[in-house]
Design a protein around this ligand. Structure first.
Ligand code: NPG
Length: 368
């Protein structure tokens, strides 16, 4: 498969409501899309890097820069690539996993479209629909939170994740448990906002039977998570700390986590994401698919990934409408709390041209 060019396209889409986490508030999503063209197909990739380096060290301008200067030229110079060769070609360049993931996703999409195979089939999906959770941001107060959670439950979401931070943890969790009952699948996500000195406070969450607490401590503090796991009963799930299958194996071996959140962008692509799934399954560790406010493109691939057998917990694979009034693809719509896994070649969908044009802020062609 010969690449004839790569387009870097920036789009900007407003969120339906501000989304607040312990590291900041998003109101608009500024996204980098990567489109590769071959002699007879094209493929789409979506870069999940945010506008600012607050979730991780990556940010969207840096992703565009490293793609333009290093990653795209390397892949184009290497001769006709296969999706499986991309990570190896890019390995000499340190880090920048979200940028690498977007390029690999685009090459994989083009390859699968050419061969008439879907992402789900390629990744090893065993379900045709996946149950969906929703991530609920930090709110100004408990009444607002209860309204938001009630709205999502009415839409059919089967699991709720509350964003927490010091000062917004026990009270919202207690309120949601009291209002919506013990049967609600409930988990929390701290995005690294705590330290080991907060272990006692975090142990106060134990009575609420949470599915898990996600990334309570700094991403580099793997041993801190080992120690915290001894002091709290809620299972610890790692997100930011896991950048590769090797990281996952080490964290599991050390006892730093009992669950793993898999986000393909964070780990350098869908193929590494599949390896993490395999490592976790081999160790009996449940996984679920995280979300990074993807458009329908990234969502399509995430839903395919989440249909693999080890994804035994509902993911942050929400419907398009959770974030966007109007997506760039046909929207993903919840059906009884589930999303359907696309079955068409590649991602199974493409951007709607007029909609894409409306939200595009810049495009750039790279030919080598
Ligand atoms: O449903 O797409 C989604 C978002 C789920 O909470 C979510 N993502 O830390 O997991 C996270 C968080 C996030 C959002 C991370 C934006 C980075 C940027």
């Amino acid at each position: 498969m010969k690449l004839t060019g790569v387009e870097l396209r920036r789009i900007s889409i407003p969120l339906v409501a501000p989304f607040r986490t312990s590291f900041g508030t998003q109101t608009t999503r500024d996204i980098l899309l990567v489109r590769v063209t071959t002699d007879d197909a094209e493929g789409w990739g979506e870069c999940v890097a945010m506008a600012d380096p607050l979730y991780s060290s990556e940010y969207v301008d840096a992703a565009a820069d490293v793609l333009r200067r290093f990653l795209v030229p390397a892949v184009m110079a290497a001769g006709p690539p296969t999706a499986h060769s991309v990570a190896g070609i890019l390995a000499p360049f340190k880090g920048h996993r979200m940028a690498k993931a977007a390029l690999e996703m685009a090459v994989l999409d083009a390859e699968l479209r050419t061969e008439g195979r879907s992402f789900g089939r390629e990744l090893g999906a065993v379900r045709d629909r996946v149950p969906c959770g929703v991530s609920v941001g930090i709110m100004d107060g408990v009444p607002e939170l209860l309204d938001a959670v009630g709205g999502y439950l009415a839409e059919g979401y089967v699991r709720v994740k509350l964003k927490i931070e010091p000062g917004w943890d026990l009270e919202p969790v207690r309120a949601v448990r009291e209002r919506y009952g013990d049967d609600l699948l409930l988990q929390v996500d701290a995005n690294t906002a705590y330290t080991l000195a907060d272990a006692r406070q975090l142990a106060r969450l134990d009575p609420f039977d949470l599915l898990l607490i996600e990334q309570p401590l700094d991403e580099e503090d793997v041993l801190g998570h080992v120690e915290l796991a001894r002091r709290i009963r809620t299972p610890i799930c790692l997100d930011e700390s896991i950048a590769s299958a090797r990281d996952a194996a080490a964290a599991i071996r050390l006892g730093a986590c009992q669950v793993v959140n898999i986000k393909p962008g964070r780990v350098g692509g869908y193929l590494e994401a599949r390896r993490i799934h395999d490592v976790c399954v081999a160790h009996g560790i449940p996984v679920w698919c995280g979300g990074m406010l993807e458009t329908g493109l990234g969502r399509a691939a995430n839903v395919a990934l989440a249909a693999m057998p080890g994804f035994t917990l509902p993911g942050d694979t929400s419907a398009s409408g959770r974030y966007y009034a109007s997506d760039i693809t046909e929207p993903f719509v919840l059906d009884d709390g589930h999303l359907e896994v696309p079955t068409g070649p590649g991602l199974g969908l493409v951007p709607v041209p007029d909609r894409l044009a409306e939200v595009t802020t810049a495009t750039e062609w790279l030919t080598g």
